[in-house]
Design a protein around this ligand. Sequence first.
Ligand SMILES: *Cc1c(COP(=O)(O)O)cnc(C)c1O
Length: 378
Amino acid sequence: MGPHETIPLSRPTFGDEEIDALREVLDSGWVAGQGPRGRMLEEAFSELCGGVGAVAVANCTAALHLALLGFDLGPGDEVLVSDYTYPATGHSVLYTGATPRFVDVRPDTWTMDVEAAAAAVGPRTVGIVAVDTLGQCADLGPLRDLATRHGLFLVEDAACSVGATYRGRPSGSLADVACFSLHARKGITSGEGGMLVSPDPARVEQARKLSCFGVESAHARQSADGLPVPVFEALGYNYKLSDIQAAVALVQLRRLPDLLAARRRVAAAYLAGLADVPGLTLPVVGEERDHTWQTFALTLDPDVPRAEVASSLRDVGVQVNIGTFASHRQPVYGPQEPLPVSGGLFDRHLAIPMHADLTGTEVERVVLAVRDALAPHT
Ligand SMILES: *Cc1c(COP(=O)(O)O)cnc(C)c1O
């Protein structure tokens, strides 16, 4: 890549292995969902998350919807939701008819503030959806304690945290249900895709059925004797992941350690290269956890004009974006109380390029560009 080519904010890392896997799955004749590769992918996620059950689905939002359906939510129920997140989290609560009650986040890790969550528990609260923000786990230990104390469920929106750990345990192993994303912007990807995991086998089987119209799996039917006639037992959805996507995701999951190591190298280089730059605060890795660095976000000082800085960076070929969203400021959720930490991050975050194929030269270019872009404003 020449000095003037654009450095993308994010890009998937694909190679010959993914192409070979695609050729194989296309030749195999099974390209729909709930096929052999989907099963293999579920087994691989189960292993990654310490033996939980797993259901491959179309995307993480579908996984969140299925997770919440398993708790029989409805109008009048309230679910505590980490505010600083992609609005898929809040949307999934609304799909069930329940109401998201947004909770502010920690200023350092940007994950749900446990004290704020405790203060928000009310008579209608039935559960908590914690988000592993931009790839680092929420305080899943204290949140589990809070949930147990009040008889609430705990769902982990682990969209960005495939391969993260908390107190030495893998993300996805610490909640009643966890939901991963395989979207193109995440650490491993099949274009679109998701995975629901849970230690509770009954929950897993219910989610599997509801991901396929409320009927038993096509693969299970095909391998049975005689002519089994499917029975539709519940109003399910078509949330299946195609075996084409599963084939790609399987390769990506095998490459996860290398892809994570590459992102961690980039993060370490940014943290060192930008340590003394005025006008910004660097991201912090919280105690007892490993980050996947799905996004690397700088927190600009309040008086730094973010849009101008973004334009300067784009002018020199460095793609940038916001961090993620303050849910409480999205009109779809109606009027909400202000949540100052999340609101501040929504206004001040600037995501800089982060993916596993960034070269040392590109990282240096980004570091210099950030310095130059901030200099006039500090
Ligand atoms: C990306 C993301 C989602 C949505 O994932 P999809 O697979 O695109 O549905 C949900 N929550 C968070 C925190 C995300 O970052």
